[in-house]
Design a protein around this ligand. Structure first.
Ligand code: NDP
Length: 504
């Protein structure tokens, strides 16, 4: 059994003051309120299993109230008449306020989610802030076009004047997962506000704290009441009624492929628009000409960052036969060097997984792989006082039909396969239900561009992995979902095209 030294978490004064205010409330129509049933639930520190705060356990009645508030804010009040420039300034102000509170947000994210502090403080939360800055610029660039027509039956002396407008889609329901709460929420709020939508947010039941805090900060920035509403609680009790709601115009969802299917099904009643960002099983390919000094740590980071709880995690590693032994040895050494601990401990490289239940699910996949004949080269154990840690795991001797190769494990587990040529590795990489992302390590430009073209994935990184930028669209092919977030493409999620054709 791996021993993990869990030091009692030390929080700064701001994060401690936020927690002391609990139970945290729902935000509906600009007011912080309790759930109508009065029910609450506990949110836990995944590293220790101890309760860190209480949240409101909302249900369909609270969802109705939140949707009504979002509808009112969309149709009346100051929001619809705000100019694009005013919306732009508001988004920039939100980014400034987040930046001023970045340490508190990072500590709360780590305590609630388990991630090592540096992941939130230096990658995800700056990424969330960047979303607001990027889409601040977009608010003033929502443009239609004028269209020349061939209509020739207008009255004598009159002209046809036709143009398009891009208009806010309306009330948007956003349903979020637990792995990277703040940045994934920002990826939805920022473009939605730029477009002029109003929203009802449903964070994961496991990680709602930073969304509560973010909305407090956004209120400070002066967002009109009802534009953003928050309902915390469980998927079946809050997410499902939100996805089914007849007065919601669009659902944007990030989560597992299984829940994504349920969301699409639930959206049928009013044919609401749906955007789904789902799971992945991303291939990382190390070619024979790769710079191994960069590729091996890069491939290790692709899977072990945030404990592998990343949709684009490089969980299938393909190494050319000529470098396979070095890659396997290097990956095992990288895995063994990772320091496990409480996310708030500055020495920690990798924190726990989100829960004991999830760690046991991950361990189940590893056990299935072993039973099917795979070799566990390193790791493969659960550990920690809450049994929520999984030691970084490298698996070899796998075959394409094994569940460790096919399923999204969402933990620090990589399977390594050898290949001999490009056709073979393209076929293997594409042999997946998922198509979210891929990584290619090579010094050859033609290898890189040809492979990037042939791999079925929404994003391909070359000599890197998980290079995110608010300007770069991200999203899936195949069962990794549809729609794109980040970049100009994200605006499509929140806009409807209207054609206006006039005789003038
Ligand atoms: P889930 O699909 O389990 O849950 C996501 C959200 O959906 C949660 O808020 C959940 O609520 C809610 N939910 C659950 N059931 C329903 C329902 N019937 N109707 C409506 N909402 C429901 O995902 P996880 O939270 O486990 O997150 C991990 C998954 O997210 C992984 O598969 C990962 O790949 C994917 N992901 C995809 C990304 C992408 O951009 N493609 C990015 C990040 C993650 P509750 O919390 O109460 O269960």
């Amino acid at each position: 059994m791996t021993q993990i030294d869990i030091k009692p978490p030390q929080l700064g004064a701001a994060a401690a003051a936020f927690l002391a205010k609990g139970p945290q409330k729902l935000l509906i129509g600009g007011e912080w309120v309790e759930s109508q049933s009065g029910a609450t639930f506990d949110t836990l520190d995944p590293a220790t299993g101890s309760v860190i705060s209480k949240l409101q356990r909302a249900n369909a009645a609270d969802v109705d109230a939140a949707v009504a508030a979002a509808r009112k804010a969309f149709e009346t009040g100051p929001w619809p008449s705000m100019t694009p420039m005013e919306r732009s300034q508001l988004l920039w102000k939100i980014a400034d306020i987040m930046e001023a509170n970045i340490d508190e947000l990072s500590e709360l994210e780590t305590l609630d989610q388990g991630k090592a502090l540096y992941v939130g403080r230096w990658a995800e939360i700056p990424g969330a802030i960047a979303q607001f800055r990027y889409f601040s610029g977009m608010a003033t660039k929502i443009e239609g076009s004028t269209i020349p027509t061939s209509i020739n039956y207008q009255p004598e002396g009159k002209q046809v004047f036709a143009y398009t407008r891009l208009e806010a889609v309306g009330v948007v329901g956003a349903i979020l997962p637990w792995n990277s709460p703040l940045v994934l929420t920002a990826m939805k709020i920022a473009p939605a506000l730029a477009a002029g939508c109003t929203m009802v947010l449903k964070p994961s039941e496991e990680t709602s704290l930073t969304t509560v805090r973010l909305l407090e900060l956004i209120q400070e920035a002066g967002l009109p009441e009802g534009v953003l509403n928050l309902v915390t609680g469980f998927g079946g009790e809050v997410g499902q009624p939100l996805a089914e709601h007849m007065d919601v115009n669009k659902i944007v969802f990030t989560g597992s492929t299984a829940t994504g299917r349920r969301i699409v099904e639930a959206s049928k009643g009013n044919l609401k628009r749906v955007g789904v960002e789902l799971g992945g099983k991303s291939p990382v390919i190390i070619m024979d000409d790769a710079d191994l000094d960069a590729a091996i740590p890069g491939a290790a980071n692709a899977i072990f960052f945030n404990g592998g709880q990343v949709c684009i995690a490089g969980s299938r590693l393909y190494a050319h036969s000529s470098v396979y032994d070095k890659v396997v040895e290097g990956m095992a050494a990288q895995a063994q060097a990772i320091q496990l601990g409480h996310g708030l401990d500055p020495n920690t490289h990798m924190g726990p997984l989100i829960s004991k239940g999830h760690a046991s699910k991950v361990a189940g996949f590893i056990a299935d792989g072993k039973k099917a004949g795979a070799s566990i080269l390193t790791g493969g154990e659960t550990a920690g006082p809450n049994e929520s840690f999984v030691t970084p795991t490298v698996i070899a001797d796998v075959s394409p039909d094994m569940s460790v190769v096919r399923e999204e494990i969402f933990g620090p587990v990589v399977v390594v396969t050898r290949f001999d040529d490009a056709d073979e590795v393209v076929a293997a990489a594409n042999d997946s239900d998922f198509g979210l992302a891929a990584g290619i390590w090579t010094e050859g430009l033609s290898n890189a561009t040809r492979l990037a073209e042939r791999i079925h994935a929404g994003t391909v990184w070359i000599n890197s992995h998980a290079m995110y930028d608010a300007a770069l669209p991200i999203g899936g092919m195949k069962q990794s979902g549809y729609g794109r977030e980040s970049g100009q493409a994200a605006m499509d999620n929140y806009l409807e095209l209207k054609t206006v054709c006039a005789i003038v």
